[in-house]
Design a protein around this ligand. Structure first.
Ligand code: IMP
Ligand code: MG
Length: 175
């Protein structure tokens, strides 16, 4: 039985919005350099696309945090599976996330990173499900607000599948 996926945001719309975010970020960080933290695996596609449109000098590091199991609901547990390879002290840091859902992962991660004393730290997410928030988190840059559905594509997976979809889709029930 195949999953059904309905297009929510087209490839063109996603790319256009990322370009806009890149321009906005470039303007707001003018005269500085920016250290991007890509949260693996989900944010990899968004980070790469966004970085291309940031015109201030950019460095990139990766972190792997797990809060979800293989299904559609949270296991409720947040842990660091792979830490950053560089220190962030005194740097201007932008954390890049694929989607902020309950906010549990990000509220934990942002607090942990703040303890490493960056000059500044902000959060940029491709997608936001504001209705689902249980843990407050400040999100500076949002690509799109999305409804409370299970989303795939642009790095978002269902049991590790569909990350490579070039559009953002809603995963339906198997038929
Ligand atoms: P939070 O801690 O509840 O905000 O969950 C954030 C993480 O859950 C994201 O980085 C995703 O990996 C995953 N997630 C939340 N909603 C979805 C979804 O609709 N599709 C795929 N993954 C999701
Ligand atoms: Mg995931």
């Amino acid at each position: 039985m195949a999953d059904t996926i309905k297009v929510l945001i087209s490839e063109e719309q996603v790319k256009e919005r990322i370009k806009e975010l890149g321009a906005q970020i470039s303007k707001e960080y003018e005269g500085k350099s920016l250290h991007l933290i890509c949260i693996l695996k989900g944010s990899i596609f968004f980070t790469c696309e966004l970085a291309r449109y940031i015109t201030v000098p950019v460095t990139i590091d990766f972190i792997t945090v797990s809060s979800y199991g293989n299904g559609k609901t949270s296991t409720g547990k947040v842990s660091i599976i792979r830490d950053l390879t560089e220190g962030i002290q005194a740097r201007d840091v932008l954390v890049i996330e694929d989607i902020v859902d309950t906010g549990r992962t990000l509220s934990y991660l942002m607090e942990m990173l703040k303890e490493r004393k960056p000059a500044s730290i902000k959060l940029c997410t491709l997608l936001d499900k504001p209705n689902r928030r249980t843990h407050p988190v400040d999100v500076e840059y949002v690509g799109f607000e999305v409804p409370d559905e299970f989303i795939v594509g642009w790095g978002l997976d269902y049991a590790q599948n569909y990350r490579n979809l070039p559009y953002i889709g809603i995963l339906g029930d198997e038929e």
